[in-house]
Design a protein around this ligand. Structure first.
Ligand code: NAD
Length: 318
């Protein structure tokens, strides 16, 4: 019989990940501070717990998929937290995009109770979570990873063990800093080309055949920007948090983050302008706004853009 897995945080990513765990034959006990999020997951094989402590008491492996380190710390360390329910055989896998030094602190506290921890943040977005193809960057003991590998394989297809505890979280925020950078720079290039009177679809096709291409230009622009969909499921505020952690890591390590700091300030600007709950690809809109043009293609539908924007805001405001 397969292990019972606990899952805390059933939002945009957590919900499809739980579905894939169920598909793989695990019994899953969930917890979320939003009751409606738990109720939406009324699937065969999913049970609801009353607290993080309750999850840890019932399940030898607990996964957290929460917005940031602040929520992970609260979920683990509060009087009703995971740490109060663990046993020496328990394993906590934090799959959120959290902060390396916080993760190391939590790992030490859990170790005092004999429990072990992995950090296993993901890349691939809501689509990757739905399809079970997430890229997973794992930090922690290799033996612990071996014990948990089949659980991770139920939600992802590309698992890389990058180092000791906290290493996965470091790699994740550094990756997102690179990704945010290409999102912004491609936005600037396409806004300039559009203002010059060029067709953004043709310009993007030319870039994608040339050395300026990236995941942003090859996947995100055609899928979320040119058609006005803006529905990646990954928000401006989450991207801002990730780039902020990368810049903070640079400070801790005395590594200059010349571009990273600018990238963070662009996302910070979007937050300051009220864009926290918008799709992170909406960053192009803040550059468009200054220039009076829109980077959209033939399949653009204003109605759809507004509908997606509203849905996204509503989903995140729950
Ligand atoms: P989300 O906001 O949709 O979901 C987070 C869930 O955690 C919500 O359901 C919320 O109610 C719950 N929650 C918040 N505080 C809680 C607490 N104290 N106890 C229990 N539940 C709590 O966020 P998401 O988009 O699913 O992202 C989750 C993590 O995954 C983040 O760290 C994010 O950076 C990372 N991530 C997201 C994506 C994406 O495309 N959305 C991609 C890769 C990584």
């Amino acid at each position: 019989m397969k292990l019972k897995v606990g899952f805390i945080g059933v939002g945009a990513m957590g919900t499809p990940m739980v579905c894939n765990l169920i598909k793989a034959g695990y019994a899953v006990t969930i917890y979320d501070i939003r009751k409606e999020a738990m109720e939406a997951l009324a699937l065969e094989g999913v049970e609801q717990a009353s607290s993080p402590k309750d999850v840890a008491k019932q399940c030898p492996v607990v996964i957290t998929m929460l917005p940031s380190s602040a929520e992970v710390e609260a979920t683990v360390l509060s009087p009703d937290g995971v740490i109060e329910g663990v046993t020496p055989s328990s394993i906590l896998i934090d799959m959120s995009s959290s902060y390396t030094y916080s993760t190391r602190m939590l790992s030490k506290k859990l170790a005092e109770k004999g429990a072990r921890m992995l950090d296993a943040p993901v890349s691939g977005g809501v689509r990757g979570a739905r399809e079970g193809t997430l890229a997973i960057m794992v930090g922690g003991d290799e033996k612990v990873l071996k014990e948990c590998r089949s659980i991770l394989e139920a939600v992802g297809s590309k698992i890389t063990h990058v180092g000791n505890i906290g290493a996965g979280h470091a790699v994740k925020c550094l990756n997102n800093m690179c990704s945010a950078c290409t999102m912004i720079i491609t936005s600037e290039a396409l806004v300039a080309a559009t203002k010059l009177g060029l067709n953004p679809e043709l310009v993007l096709a030319a870039i994608n055949n040339s050395s300026g291409r990236s995941y942003s230009s090859e996947y995100k622009f055609p899928t979320f920007v040119l058609n006005g969909a803006f529905n990646s499921g990954f928000t401006v505020s989450l991207m801002n948090k990730d780039v902020g952690m990368a810049v903070r890591l640079g400070e801790e390590l005395h590594v200059p983050m010349f571009l990273g700091t600018i990238v963070q300030q662009v996302y910070n600007y979007a937050v300051a302008k009220g864009g926290s709950d918008m799709c992170h690809t909406s960053i192009v809109k803040f550059i468009e706004e200054c220039c009076g043009v829109k980077v959209r293609g033939q399949k653009y539908s204003k109605k759809k853009e507004v509908a997606n924007h509203d849905r996204h805001r509503k989903a995140d405001l729950h």
